[in-house]
Design a protein around this ligand. Structure first.
Ligand code: UN1
Length: 511
């Protein structure tokens, strides 16, 4: 691996052989069992992390509670200044952190660096936001009364993130939460704990240098901590990214105690390829969408809905492109497709292909597990294309792997219905140069997803928009636009500066 400078990157990021999985800003401690992190790139043990015990969790939460009392009173633009410095720090560490993301998670180095860029971008966004946490003013129906709303920090935010975006998703949540005056407790995926340790190491210098209370940023590792967060009444908001199956459990558990959730669950994203599409553009959008991150983004393109008149041509172009894909070490910039996260995912991929075949799917580009030199980890698979029908059980599910289902349509209405006719509702797109089709797709009667694009693929959203989706995707929104409102509590204030006390709704109450 050292051909790619991994040891040097680990050293720069402060990653040790054994790392503490619990930390509050500058202080690290953990007493739990050891979690080993193996790279899907080459199967090497990268490092170990000590998981958090219940006592570790409690200690972190005590620090978080203490920190919130101080942090909420720091003026928002001053909190923004701390986040600005975090952005600067991330700029310094973009290269090694991108390398670690690539090595521990398996996405291409380009995508690893892109993920760190999302972190930097959200810092910039959050800095501006720190001066724009606006509330509305209302006109009271009563004389000499003033009404307005203000946004107060909500408290301790629990962030439970997935392996596929091991650093960016945390930053979308934490950077926004911090300018809002909240403090965070982060439970990363147990498949990518070193990325989390690295992030904590990077920002802790900023916290220290500015005398920010350490509990503003807490890290806990291991699945036990996830359960503790979900059940903890002291945590008013849990932002969860992961599968629909686990998301359902998180949603119920947190709702039971009247906590709020932001859920970013599965996607089943489709691109509609119209007869008015520019096929060269479809090519980049669809192939990157389907095979980028080896099909492990929530926004991955899983279905292509192609107009029958351009079906043959589109399939030819796709087959040709898939034939040229290089599968291998994601740190090597010659490769397009890296490994899946682990062998369990490889098995899910193989099962999905079998299920698609059993339901009548026709293989257009053959899949399979890569073997031989360079593929020793056993996690590399071939991106495949299967001609299928939208109603197939397997097509209705999200399989976190590079399997692209293709299908035909006749009318634009039929295409939109197919696109919507899945349980998930994250991302969608249409490739067309026809203005009527495009507007219909974006209309109230069009795509039912949280993200709907034109002449762009389904993945690779910018941080400036609100990110998330409907139906089984969970309904949460994070990152840009006004997603910050979920991280604050709204308070409506009515002030009477007169000498009478008139009641609202004209009610008379004479004493
Ligand atoms: C995810 O897969 O969990 O839109 C997030 C995208 C990225 C984020 C994906 N900006 O593909």
């Amino acid at each position: 691996t050292d051909q790619f400078g991994i040891q040097e990157a680990l050293a720069k990021l402060g990653i040790q052989e054994i790392n503490e999985g619990t930390s509050t800003g500058s202080r690290s401690f953990a007493n739990g069992k050891i979690i080993e992190s193996y790279s899907p790139v080459d199967g090497t043990l990268i490092g170990k992390v000590k998981a958090s015990t219940k006592e570790d969790y409690e200690a972190a939460m005590a620090k978080a509670e203490e920190a919130f009392k101080i942090w909420r009173l720091v003026p928002a633009p001053k909190r923004g200044e701390i986040v600005r410095q975090m952005g600067d720090e991330l700029r310094k560490y973009k290269e090694p952190l991108g390398q670690l993301v690539s090595y521990e998670m398996g996405k291409s180095l380009q995508e690893g660096l892109g993920e760190v860029q999302e972190m930097i971008d959200i810092c910039d966004f959050a800095v501006g936001l720190s001066r724009q946490l606006y509330g509305l003013t209302m006109h009271s129906e009563r004389p000499m009364h003033r009404m307005y709303e203000q946004w107060h920090p909500i408290g301790i935010v629990g962030i439970i993130s997935a392996f596929n975006f091991p650093v960016a998703v945390w930053s979308w949540n934490s950077m926004i939460a911090w300018v809002c005056g909240d403090v965070c407790i982060w439970k990363p995926s147990s498949k990518t704990p070193l990325c989390a340790v690295a992030c904590q190491n990077i920002i802790k210098t900023v916290l220290e240098r500015n005398n920010v209370p350490e509990g503003v940023s807490c890290l806990v590792v291991g699945n036990e901590s996830g359960d503790l967060i979900n059940n903890d009444k002291r945590i008013p908001l849990v932002s969860f990214t992961g599968s629909t199956r686990i998301g359902r459990h998180v949603s119920k558990t947190v709702a039971e105690r009247f906590g709020n959730t932001i859920l970013e669950l599965g996607g089943n994203n489709a691109i509609i390829v119209s007869e008015h599409a520019d096929i060269n553009m479809v090519l980049v959008g669809a192939v990157f969408g389907a095979v980028g991150t080896a099909g492990q983004r929530c926004t991955t393109t899983r279905r292509l809905i192609i107009h029958e008149s351009v079906y043959g041509k589109t399939v030819e172009v796709l087959k040709n492109a898939y034939g040229q894909l290089k599968i291998g070490n994601p740190l090597d910039s010659n490769n397009h497709v890296g490994p899946l996260i682990d062998k369990g995912s490889v098995q899910d991929y193989l099962n999905a292909i079998e299920k698609a075949k059993a339901e009548g799917g026709k293989i257009i580009v053959e899949g399979g597990v890569m073997e031989g030199e360079g593929y020793e980890s056993g996690c590399y698979v071939k991106p495949c294309i299967i001609e299928a029908e939208n109603h197939f059980h397997i097509v209705q599910e999200e399989t976190f792997a590079p399997i692209l289902y293709i299908m035909k349509y006749k009318t634009i209405q039929e295409a939109i219905d197919m696109q919507n006719n899945v349980p998930q509702g994250l991302s969608s797109s249409i490739f067309t140069n026809n203005m009527r089709e495009m507007e219909l797709f974006l209309s109230h009667a069009g795509s039912d997803c949280g993200i709907a694009n034109v002449n762009i693929g389904t993945s690779g959203a910018e941080i400036g928009g609100a990110f998330g989706g409907e139906k089984e995707t969970g309904g949460g929104r994070e990152s840009g636009s006004d997603a910050w409102k979920a991280y604050m509590r709204r308070q409506t204030n009515t002030i009477n500066y007169g000498t009478e006390l008139p009641l609202a709704q004209g009610i008379r109450f004479d004493l």
